[in-house]
Design a protein around this ligand. Structure first.
Ligand SMILES: *[C@@H]1O[C@H](CO)[C@@H](O)[C@H](O)[C@H]1NC(C)=O
Length: 497
């Protein structure tokens, strides 16, 4: 993959290069806020893959904007590629933001794994994008300047002597400094001060990418357990060792330290990330990327809680992602185009009707205000992979790298308005009950091969939630490998499941 080649060229350390999530690109070639220390408001963004939006109309963009706005998201970071239809679509996107009347905002996130960047002309393309929308009322601004971000770009010299010189002279200076530049450069944080940047975006912070099968096995080994045979009595001790990795902010701290030595013209911003999941499954004949990041232990809720607990350190948060189907970390409705990911995405909605997006407003609001909002409706969210991690299939692509580190667990989050009893079942007679308090409760239980997911909530003898999604079986004989999450959701006040 190109990102690996870039990493190798730069001589990045092994862990950094291995962590580079090379992104799939559209194969459709035809086509009331809390305040930062210095007074700048915190904001929550979601990464939007324009490459997956080829069929979008202006109304489609507006529908997504309204959904995101209602979910506590302030702006989309619009991942731009090089398809010739993308400029017109970006225009429609800004128009839709204006039409929505929500005040929702956008900013470009240039995908430098696809934009050419060897010449000064290549930089002019990016400069033109920023200039075109810098005065638009729906352009996100930070410290008074239009924000621009990237995915990668750390080796883009734009015909100059170095990437640092290229970005400075051909992008930042060419814009007359009228840009707030927060790239996701995959470089050693101690070198951030070589670049002319205003902030830094830590793309990988949303996943505990340090966790590999061998590290997980050694963590579980210290609790006397092996990955297979992880049984409920000892599972919580093993899980604690893992959770301390999932809640680590070591990567954030390295980035913040690196940023502290950057000489910027105004306020500097650290932009971190949060993500619910990661699974990508492309064979050598397509994008050749077949791996997982650790996403267990209710990653989305757990990472949000970590961000909220450390919110003074985090100026901006980007959710990875709104609609990147190919890497399974979308929170939005499955819509538009898919980058040949149908095999592991179709039937696996993560959206408002089904869950992760619905959870977002609670955490985004807590991050921005410093206070978790009051829970006004009982809501149960459950998710799980559709087959045991060790199940065998013959799909020609094979098991994703690091699949061994997972647990065969049903994950749940229950938003409780008051104390209640939650019961999770994964087969007839395989049942676990939890007495919970008001607030957001993280729960889990073991999955059963051939079984299902079923959650109920009882309060004062009355069943207020009964959720057993039809479309789900924990299939021990899957037709192909799928380590995506099946997400289910029910609110006590709604009638649908
Ligand atoms: C849900 O129903 C309860 C009980 O009727 C009510 O108090 C609460 O306001 C409702 N919440 C929402 C978000 O409508």
């Amino acid at each position: 993959m190109r990102s690996f080649a870039l990493a190798a060229t730069l001589g990045l350390c092994a862990s950094l290069s291995a962590a580079l999530p090379s992104k799939p690109h559209s194969p459709f070639a035809h086509k009331h806020k809390a305040v930062k220390r210095d007074g700048t408001p915190k904001a929550v963004f979601a990464h939007f893959m324009m490459g997956n939006a080829y069929p979008y109309t202006t109304q489609d963009f507006q529908d997504d904007i309204e959904l995101a706005h209602a979910s506590g998201i302030d702006a989309f970071a619009v991942n731009m590629g090089t398809d010739d239809w993308q400029p017109d679509h970006l225009d429609s996107f800004y128009q839709a933001a204006a039409n929505s009347g929500t005040g929702f905002q956008l900013f470009p996130s240039f995908d430098m794994s696809v934009f050419p960047c060897g010449s000064a002309d290549n930089a002019q393309t990016l400069v033109n994008y920023v200039n075109q929308y810098s005065g638009h009322p729906n352009q996100f601004k930070y410290d008074g300047r239009p924000l621009a971000s990237t995915f990668s770009g750390e080796s883009c010299s734009f015909g100059q002597g170095s990437a640092a010189q290229g970005w400075k002279s051909q992008f930042v200076d060419a814009l007359g400094g009228n840009v707030y530049f927060v790239p996701a450069f995959f470089v050693d944080p101690s070198t951030f001060n070589q670049y002319s940047i205003d902030g830094i975006y830590n793309w990988n912070a949303g996943w505990p990418i340090q966790l590999t099968t061998s590290l997980v096995q050694s963590l579980l080994g210290s609790t006397g357990l092996k990955l297979t045979g992880l049984v409920s009595s000892a599972a919580s001790a093993a899980s604690n060792a893992l959770v301390s990795q999932v809640t680590s902010i070591d990567s954030d701290t390295q980035y913040i330290n690196g940023l502290s030595s950057v000489n910027a013209q105004g306020a500097k911003a650290y932009m971190t990330s949060v993500s619910p999941w990661f699974f990508t499954h492309y064979g050598p004949d397509t994008y050749n990327k077949n791996w997982v990041y650790y996403s267990d232990d209710q990653l989305y809720a757990t990472r949000w809680d970590t961000i909220i607990a450390n919110r003074d350190k985090f100026d901006l948060v980007e959710i990875n992602t709104w609609n990147d189907y190919g890497e399974s970390h979308y929170i939005a409705p499955v819509k538009g185009d898919q980058p040949n990911s149908q095999a592991w995405v179709d039937g696996f909605a993560h959206d408002a009707d089904v869950g992760w997006l619905d959870m977002t407003n609670y955490y985004a609001t807590a991050y921005k205000t410093g206070n978790y909002p009051e829970i006004t409706e009982d809501k149960l969210y459950m998710w799980a992979r559709p087959h045991p991690k060790d199940a065998n299939s013959a799909d020609g692509v094979g098991k994703p790298t690091n699949f061994e580190m997972f647990q065969d667990t049903l994950w749940a989050v229950y938003f409780a308005t008051a104390p209640a009893t939650v019961t999770l079942s994964t087969a007839d007679g395989v049942t676990q009950s939890f007495n919970v308090q008001a607030g957001a409760n993280k729960l889990s239980t073991q999955l059963t091969p051939g079984g299902y997911m079923h959650g109920t909530v009882v309060r004062n003898g009355q069943t207020i939630i009964d959720l057993k999604p039809d479309g789900y079986t924990f299939n021990p004989n899957p037709p192909s490998y799928n380590y995506n999450a099946f997400v289910a959701f029910q609110g006590a006040n709604s009638t649908s499941s």
